[in-house]
Design a protein. Structure first.
Length: 449
């Protein structure tokens, strides 16, 4: 090793490199995107500025950052900026970095202002009015998909639709979803879908990205065309935090492409499970209802049989037969007694007297027989009149007689007779019994007092 050659320490070489860089590159401008942002407890900012190919570490001290004017008031990852800086070497680690003195926002600030201006114009024209938006079909048979055929979002949508509703037909309207020509291609795909009228709903989807990547969906002309679409529209652009102009114009905005697919494809397997459960519940409810009605019908039949006039008529007929039997027995007994008396008298009297007596007794017997016949006829007529009167009263009181005149009996499920509107309530099931034991089962939908 040559004696005259100087040996540097690590600290010395880092310091020397920093001085060389500062002397060679004095206060220059750099444009890039902020990433890996970190703020220390002392208020200093440390981050990386990058472009498509390279990145460089930066430090933005608190005093310099205090004079920075930003659109939203703070630094954030993804923000495109132009910085005024000097080159420096951070000696403790030998790290090359830019020491920033000034920072200006570009990209986001300008794009955000343009976005708000476009949104304000749409709002004034009523495009963003919620009352304008239509309902999305619950189970569309044909689903239109406006996106790039190579996009990962399209694959996610197709997988979701196949899983949730495999019977739905998906029609792809291919277009670019990023770049200068993307808005016009999306417009053409939307117009083609409306012209063909082959879909029940349209999905406009693409995956996440930066504000610039999603800018095609912030085209004002596209937003107005989406609002004017004859077919209901659903957006699923970017991630949940991303909001584009068409999200305000579509009939339904979802957070992601997968969420858009789920919105238009109810899970058929889940729907079938719900249907089976409801079907079983309905069967059980109907079985309970049928059992209750059968029990109610049995009670009605018992009541009708209990108060039936035919049963009362049978009792009256039996009573009349008993009266007639007892009357015949009385007549026969009296006749036998009179004959015995006549025979006794005949034995004691001579023939002439006997004949005279017989004639006399025959006359009495005739009178008695006539009187008995009159009494029996009278009694029979009286009993018959009483029987008919009782039959008429029973017939008048019979529920069947009332029913035959057009009236009916209204009862609830418990068999209680409904006499006035306040005896029932809306939703209650009632049984209306009419003539010939015919019934109508109905439900109360309105009460008029």
């Amino acid at each position: 090793m040559e004696e005259q050659q100087h040996i540097f320490t690590v600290t010395e070489i880092n310091s020397l490199a920093g001085e060389v860089l500062k002397a060679g590159l004095r206060q220059f401008l750099v444009e890039g995107e902020i990433s890996n942002l970190y703020q220390s407890a002392a208020g200093h900012f440390y981050f990386t500025i990058k472009d498509e190919h390279s990145a460089v570490a930066c430090v933005f001290f608190r005093m310099a950052a205090a004079n920075c004017q930003l659109e939203n008031g703070k630094l954030e990852n993804g923000l495109k900026v132009i910085v005024s800086a000097n080159c420096d070497i951070y000696a403790p680690r030998g790290t090359f970095q830019l020491q920033i003195s000034k920072l200006f926002e570009v990209g986001h600030g300008a794009l955000e202002r343009e976005f708000r201006a476009r949104l304000e114009r749409l709002h004034k024209d009523g495009i963003t009015n919620p009352n304008r938006k239509r309902n999305i079909p619950e189970m569309p048979a044909k689903i239109g998909l406006i996106s790039s055929p190579t996009a990962a979002a399209v694959r996610d949508v197709l997988i979701t639709l196949k899983r949730r509703n495999p019977s739905a037909e998906v029609i792809l309207y291919p277009c670019l979803v990023q770049g200068k020509t993307a808005p016009e291609q999306i417009l053409q795909a939307l117009a083609r879908a409306n012209r063909r009228r082959e879909c029940d709903v349209l999905l406009l989807v693409r995956g996440g990205g930066s504000l610039e990547d999603l800018w095609a969906f912030n085209d004002e002309k596209l937003a107005r065309a989406v609002a004017a679409s004859d077919i209901p529209t659903v957006s699923g652009v970017g991630h949940e935090i991303d909001v584009t102009l068409i999200d305000f114009a579509v009939d339904c905005r979802t957070a992601t492409p997968t969420a858009a697919a789920e919105k238009v494809s109810p899970d058929l397997f889940r729907q079938l499970q719900i249907f089976d459960t409801k079907h079983q519940e309905l069967l059980e409810e109907f079985a309970d209802f049928l059992l209750a009605e059968q029990q109610n019908l049995a009670r009605i039949k018992q009541d009708i049989e209990r108060f039936s006039p035919h049963k009362s008529f049978a009792h009256l007929r039996q009573k009349l037969d008993d009266v007639e039997r007892r009357l015949n027995m009385t007549i026969s007994s009296q006749m036998s007694e009179k004959i015995m008396q006549l025979n006794y008298i005949a034995r004691r009297l001579d023939v002439e007297k006997l004949q005279a007596t017989v004639k006399q007794e025959q006359g009495k017997i005739g009178e008695i027989a006539h009187h008995l016949d009159f009494c029996m006829t009278n009694n029979l007529q009286s009993e018959e009149r009483m029987f008919r009167a009782n039959a008429e009263r029973l017939e008048a009181l019979s529920p069947l007689k009332v029913l035959s005149r057009g009236y009916s009996i209204v009862q609830n499920a418990g068999g209680k007779v409904i006499k006035k509107p306040t005896d029932t309530e809306v939703g209650e099931f009632l049984t209306i019994t009419m003539q010939q034991k015919q019934s109508i089962y109905c439900q109360v939908v309105e009460l008029n007092s």
